[in-house]
Ligand binder design. Sequence first.
Ligand code: GN1
Ligand code: MG
Length: 554
Amino acid sequence: MFSVKELIYIANMDIFEKAAEVGIKKHPRNLKEEVTYGTAGFRMRADSLDHIVYRMGLLSVMFSKFRSGVTGLMITASHNPEEDNGVKLIDLMGQMMPIAWEKYATSLANVSDDKLVDVLQEIAKLECIDVTKPATVSIGRDTRASSLSLSEAAVDGIEAMKGKCNDFGLLTTPQLHYIVCCQNTVGQYGEPTEEGYYKKLSAAFLTLNKNRKVINYVPELYLDLANGVGAPKLQQLCAYLGDVLKINVCNNGSGKLNYQCGADFVKVSQMQPVGLNLEPGMRCASFDGDGDRLVYYYKTSEGKFALLDGDKIATLFAAYLNDLLKSSQLKLNMGLVQTAYANGSSTNYINDVMKIPVACVPTGVKYLHHKAQDFDIGVYFEANGHGTVLFSQTAQKLIRNQASDNSLDEVTRDAAVRLATIMDLINQTVGDAISDMLVVETILASKDWTCEDWDSAYTDLPSRQIKIKVENRLLVETTDAERRTTKPAGLQEAIDEVVAGYKHGRAFARPSGTEDVVRVYAEADTQANADKLACEVGLRVYNLARGIGEKPSV
Ligand SMILES: CC(=O)N[C@H]1[C@@H](OP(=O)(O)O)O[C@H](CO)[C@@H](O)[C@@H]1O
Ligand SMILES: [Mg+2]
């Protein structure tokens, strides 16, 4: 007689062995280097990814069985070059896969073909997974040339592990997060389709912009789509918006993905993208390649390029929500979550002027999202334009109750109705360029603001970001939400010494989780000083952390 545990083990073994056979035959491991499930899953050159994506297909099914719900798998390398690709897994409510599972992903990706069964068995044992249980995985992909065949590898993995696969084809990353959340909440969050996504967002946007009276706000936006998946998706959305917002698009798929365009390019180079003739008076924005980042920009009347990045979007959102909270007489606490890359001026403004609690966490959406859950209303944004707002269950309930309380005066109730509708406009599962753009437009219209009005809240300190190539980036270790290094020995002291020589100086170095580099960030009183500080800190990293190739120079 076998025990239940033994029977599960035998049934699992059968499936695992077959999955390993398919793996060897169709998706053999072709990479010698070790890879790590990083800030946004696995990311590397697309031609090294096939076996990893197949194996993530396997893992996504085990994760679905473990969670007893629909999990997600997205194929994208976001803002990285066209030649790269990546894969990441999504949890039931549309959040990132838990950190505990990242180590399973890493061991599964690195194990040799002949030991694949052992790792699968180990995960099943550790998490008590019965592989014979039903499982469903929803998958999506971006527009990269390599994405279709990689998504087929994922389907192979899902089917080999006896999971059901919902292949949604081309999607922005946040659309897949939204769909997964809808599927697991049985439609409560919305209809689990792409169509449902457009309907939910556009309905909220149209309601919020119905009776607006604007003089300064111009309902016309110039939008750079990074030649990514945002392009076809935005076009679909526009059909629902009518003439409430005119969107002129550029980099809408005919050029090279993320090349001199897109949110990352605009943020890092602090320059307008190709294909856009920026003139004063134009309100412009950029998505990244998979549609989960958004930055705005404009040209000042003096002809200077001015960026409204994730920090500016976060403060715009938080201030507006705070006003609505006050007017609707709701006592809910609100907090803002940033990373070390947030401009120092924004942090000061939130602390000193807005008087809202602000937290700093390590880079990566998973950390921001997690911290934002500490508040009734948690606004989180990375400076690069990835972010959203989370409303706790209690907050959602109180806001909806207030919105439907007929005994309240009109002003109070209107504010509560607006808050409730804004909740529907925000993609709470993850940062979403489409949704965030609609929220920004709604707020600007409601305040009757231009970009200059929005930008006038505080002035960014000049900043610079550079990348340093090193032999092994993991030699650099950090603490204090990545603001200080603990290794290699002497690096932090060297950084401190350099920073001390600059007015309003602040700088830090950390290993990237998505590229093989150490990133250096610096800010100071002038652009020239920020550039110089970044370079000087970069040199210390180069010298103390075994830099390779060209030394940084201003
Ligand atoms: C400075 C910066 O922008 N870092 C980005 C980048 O991570 P790194 O770990 O810095 O490579 O990609 C992540 C995923 O898209 C994003 O979450 C993060 O903010
Ligand atoms: Mg992205």
